[in-house]
Design a protein around this ligand. Structure first.
Ligand code: SRM
Ligand code: SF4
Length: 569
């Protein structure tokens, strides 16, 4: 009997047949019979920064009325390093108000913005507006290099500014070159690109690919969630090169032990001038060696495990014509955002605001969206989104500080009562828009944190924090797989509970209990936080404590020990 040939995944066929991501999207736009996209176009629009969704709260009701689900699109902007001007903000703000079903702007865990609820007839004008504003949504989804992250507050030192410049260069260098976006959405107005994809290839990458530029000691971008990371190394305050880390990623599938979160591996140090060569070589190595048969094992983290870290690194060196030097010393000490005012090198001030769940909307007592628009009208600097769903009003002149402070307080954008615990907590979007959600996350988090705050308070820890993240499914978009306490949705009202990540985002947590309810989770948090309060060593973080006393065994090498049952307490 002849051995069966493995079959390429269907996404490979559709990318190859798409004529460089065009598909029949343009024709589909004229199809008024459905609010959605047909056939391959459902996937292809992702490469243009959009996802087809429907409101899951309304599904049953509409089905009862024999109506198509309320199909609409979510759009994700491309904002390398998360920087957006007040003029751009105002444009985004009015589009969200006038043309989206939810009227909100959603700051994401990858330093950018999403609109939820754009109906098909509005799509073209939305892209044209973005173009007019100097923005686009190219490659914010699909099997490409996504929005490039950069440590926030980029003007805090010369190095911050230089690092952000590199984040933009890397983003541009790895962008798809196809003219499809310009043709379909901008009526072919943009003409600089050609239909050659020397870096990505005509079938693009095997899977999504994520890149960061990070400035130690702050790991605010969570490097270990990313395929490719450039860790900034300085000499006398100037950026001189990067340590390169490859192969991080957090997603898994419940019950499938061939999937697991994985930390990125240290490849070594490179000089600044080699950055783009190395970025390109890592991407093309993953392009050629990544698994195109099974999408669940297609990310760089699995390629590294399959071909071997040394073999992958060697291939990168050959392709780039660059040899990695020994990794230069660096440490991470924290990864949250630095809330409040910070002074920059040019005597400008930056104010980091906590935005719960990153959702900018006019809430009854907190008109956040109106507040941001008011600020955008007078602000002379820019805004910077953080990778923790928060927002920085950057570049404020000393004389304008007081005016900004009045506005942020008036609109509830700054509130001194927000606890450290709330600021250290994060949830992904989940219901009602995410089609993959198994449990609530964004809508669950605020009340859940109030209960956790009460627990912290009852144990005398009101001024402490635990990095706590909730994800509606094991894809882990809130990076729950790098949290000290991670909740991962299993079903409605049920979560797997993970413990033992660390404060700096360098340890993956392990499953402590499977498929449990909120009450059970709160009971475990109460018990372990109580013990932590009584038995901790000076300043010992919760994640380190639960490991030291054996409540959970650390994940050391996730490819081999993440599912080790003995690790469960
Ligand atoms: Fe994510 C898919 C939301 C960051 C891993 N993610 C999705 C989709 C698009 C669902 C879908 O495929 O239909 C979600 C849309 C929900 C909605 O209604 O908005 C979604 N992901 C998000 C955001 C908005 C979460 C948030 O609350 O901020 C983040 C947008 C980032 C951005 O601006 O680009 C977001 N997603 C992440 C992260 C965290 C990160 O990158 O730092 C991860 C984990 C890191 C990683 O990639 O390993 C992540 N999202 C996934 C995955 C699993 C990928 C995998 O390796 O298997 C999926 C599903 C997929 O790709 O098949 C997914
Ligand atoms: Fe959706 Fe799952 Fe990502 Fe949450 S973690 S946004 S539920 S894909």
């Amino acid at each position: 009997m002849s051995e069966q040939q493995p079959k390429l995944s269907d996404n490979e066929r559709l990318k190859g047949a798409s004529n460089f991501l065009r598909g029949t999207i343009a024709q589909d736009l004229k199809d008024g019979l459905t609010g959605g996209f047909n056939g391959d176009n459902f996937q292809l629009i992702r490469f243009h920064g959009m996802y087809q969704q429907d409101d899951r709260d309304l599904r049953a009701e509409r089905a009862g009325q024999k109506l198509e689900p309320l199909i609409n699109m979510m759009l994700r902007c491309r904002l390398p390093g998360g920087v957006i001007t007040p003029q751009q903000w105002l444009g985004i703000d009015s589009f969200a108000a006038e043309h989206t079903l939810y009227g909100s702007i959603r700051c994401t865990t990858r330093q950018t913005l999403q609109f939820h609820g754009v109906l098909k007839p509005k799509l073209k004008s939305m892209h044209q507006l973005l173009h007019k504003l100097g923005l686009d949504s190219i490659a914010t989804a699909g099997d490409v290099n996504r929005n490039v992250l950069c440590t926030s507050n980029p003007v805090e030192s010369v190095m911050h500014y230089q690092a952000w410049e590199w984040a933009k260069k890397i983003s541009e260098h790895l962008l798809p070159k196809t003219r499809a976006y310009a043709e379909i959405w901008l009526d072919g107005k943009k003409t600089e690109t050609t239909d050659q994809e020397p870096i990505l290839s005509a079938t693009y990458l095997p899977r999504k690919f994520k890149t960061t530029v990070v400035i130690p000691p702050l790991n605010d971008v969570d490097v270990h969630a990313n395929d490719l990371n450039f860790v900034a190394i300085s000499d006398k305050g100037q950026l001189v090169g990067f340590n390169v880390l490859v192969g991080g990623g957090l997603a898994m599938t419940h019950g499938d032990t061939s999937t697991y979160p994985r930390k990125a591996s240290e490849f070594g140090y490179i000089a600044l001038e080699d950055t783009l060569k190395i970025a390109e070589a890592v991407v093309t190595t993953q392009r050629d060696c990544g698994n195109r048969f099974n999408r669940k094992n297609a990310k760089t983290k699995y390629t590294l495990e399959r071909v071997g870290i040394d073999a992958f690194r060697h291939e990168v060196e050959i392709r780039a014509g660059v040899k990695f030097a020994l990794t230069r010393p660096y440490t991470f000490i924290d990864r949250g955002d630095r809330f409040g005012w910070v002074k920059g090198i040019d005597d400008q001030w930056h104010l980091t605001l906590f935005i719960e769940n990153g959702r900018i909307l006019d809430y009854p007592n907190q008109p956040l969206k109106t507040g941001m628009a008011e600020i955008a009208l007078i602000h002379k600097g820019d805004f910077r989104l953080t990778a923790n769903q928060n927002l920085i009003i950057a570049g404020v002149n000393k004389k304008d500080k007081a005016t900004i402070e009045v506005l942020v307080r008036r609109y509830g954008l700054l509130n001194d009562d927000v606890t450290l615990q709330r600021k250290a907590s994060m949830a992904c979007v989940a219901f009602p828009t995410c089609p993959l959600a198994m449990a609530e996350a964004e809508r669950f988090l605020p009340q859940f944190i109030t209960k956790v705050e009460n627990i912290m308070y009852s144990h005398g820890l009101a001024n402490d924090k635990i990095i706590l993240r909730v994800a509606g499914c094991p894809n882990g978009c809130s990076r729950a797989m790098l949290a000290e306490i991670g909740l991962v949705g299993k079903g409605i009202g049920r979560y797997n509970l993970y413990l033992g990540g660390d404060r700096t985002g360098t340890r993956i947590p392990r499953m402590y209990r499977e498929n449990i309810t909120e009450n059970k989770i709160l009971g475990i948090i109460d018990d372990t936080v109580g013990r932590w309060a009584r038995e901790r060593q000076p300043k010992e973080p919760y994640g380190d404590y639960v490991i030291r006393v054996g409540i959970i065994r650390p994940v050391v090498d996730s490819a081999r020990d993440f599912y080790d049952e003995l690790g469960r307490g």
